[in-house]
Design a binder for this molecule. Structure first.
Ligand code: FES
Length: 276
C-alpha cells in the first residue's frame, strides 16, 4: 500500500497528491509517469509526475478531476493509502544542452513540465517558460518556475495574467521579445499540445509534446495507447509519452481519446462525484 502524505486542491479542479513510493523515486526521471488506482476495483489512471523528494521517498502528482476515477483520487486524505502506484513508466524526456528551450505548460501540464525545466536548466539551457490558463486563478507554481526561467510569460483567455489569448499568442510574445527557440516542449491537455504543435510549427524546431492517450497496462501489452507518429504505429506508454508534435496524426488521436466519453458520463452520473 502507498501512504498518502498530502492531498490538496491547488486551484479549482486541479489536485496535488503526494504519496510515499521510495522505490519509484529512486529511479524516476523527468517526463516519466506512473499508473495509479485509488482502490482495488478502480480504473488504472496514467498520471505524469510533477516532483519528487528522494530523502523522503515521496512523489507528487498533479491531476485534474474529470470523472469517476479521478473523483475517487480527489477524495483521498493524508493518512489514507492506495493499493497501486506503478512506475516509473515511459521514456524520460530527452535532456541535453539545446540552447534556448521554450517550455509550455497548461493545466496539469504546468506541474509535469516542472521536472523537465529543472533538468534542462541544470544542463545549461536558457529556459523560456510559458504558462497558459483560462484565468489567473487557475495558474499555480509560478514561484517555482520563475527562478529557473530567463523569461516567464503567463497567457490567459481573459487577460488577467497580462497576456490575453491562447497558446497561439506565444508566437507573437516570443517574436516581440526576440526569442528564437532551439526546441519547444509542451505539456498539458491534448488540445493545448495539439495547438502548440500547429501554432508554433513555423519556428521549424522540434516541438516535443507529452501525449496522454487512454492507457490500460502502461507496458506495451494492450495496444490501447496506440498513436501514429510519422506514419508509423507507436505505443505512447513505451515509445513515448514524448513525441515530436509535428509528426503526430492528431485527427486519429483526438478521435481515440473520445471513445469512452459516454461510459465515463454514465459512471460520473452514478458515482455521485464531481463531473466532466
Ligand atoms: Fe497498453 Fe500502452 S497502455 S500498450
Amino acid at each position: 500500500m502507498f501512504e498518502v502524505i498530502e492531498k490538496e486542491m491547488i486551484v479549482p479542479n486541479l489536485h496535488l497528491l503526494t504519496v510515499r513510493a521510495p522505490e519509484i523515486v529512486e529511479e524516476i526521471q523527468p517526463g516519466q509517469f506512473v499508473i495509479v488506482r485509488s482502490d482495488d476495483t478502480a480504473e488504472r489512471i496514467p498520471l505524469s509526475v510533477s516532483d519528487w523528494n528522494p530523502p523522503e521517498g515521496t512523489l507528487t502528482i498533479i491531476f485534474m478531476e474529470v470523472g469517476a476515477s479521478t473523483g475517487k483520487l480527489a477524495s483521498l486524505k493524508p493518512g489514507d493509502s492506495i493499493p497501486t502506484v506503478v512506475g516509473p513508466l515511459g521514456r524520460p524526456t530527452e535532456i541535453d544542452k539545446f540552447g534556448t528551450v521554450v517550455c509550455i505548460g497548461g493545466c496539469y501540464g504546468i506541474g509535469s513540465i516542472f521536472p523537465t525545466i529543472k533538468a534542462l536548466k541544470k544542463k545549461g539551457n536558457k529556459i523560456v517558460t510559458i504558462l497558459e490558463a483560462r484565468s489567473r486563478n487557475l495558474l499555480y507554481w509560478e514561484e517555482k518556475m520563475a527562478p529557473l526561467s530567463k523569461h516567464l510569460f503567463c497567457i490567459s483567455r481573459d487577460g488577467s495574467t497580462g497576456h490575453k489569448g491562447h497558446v497561439k499568442n506565444s508566437v507573437e510574445i516570443l517574436k516581440q521579445n526576440k526569442i528564437i527557440p532551439d526546441r519547444i516542449i509542451a505539456n498539458g491537455c491534448t488540445f493545448l499540445i495539439y495547438k502548440s504543435s500547429k501554432d508554433l510549427a513555423d519556428f521549424n524546431v522540434p516541438i516535443i509534446v507529452s501525449l496522454n492517450p487512454i492507457m490500460i497496462d502502461g507496458t506495451g501489452m494492450c495496444g490501447v495507447c496506440r498513436v501514429t507518429v510519422d506514419g508509423k504505429m507507436r505505443f505512447a506508454c513505451v515509445d513515448g509519452p514524448d513525441f515530436d508534435g509535428r509528426l503526430i496524426d492528431w485527427e486519429e488521436l483526438l478521435k481515440r481519446r473520445k471513445q469512452y466519453v459516454n461510459e465515463e458520463a454514465f459512471l460520473v452520473h452514478n458515482s455521485g462525484c464531481g463531473g466532466i
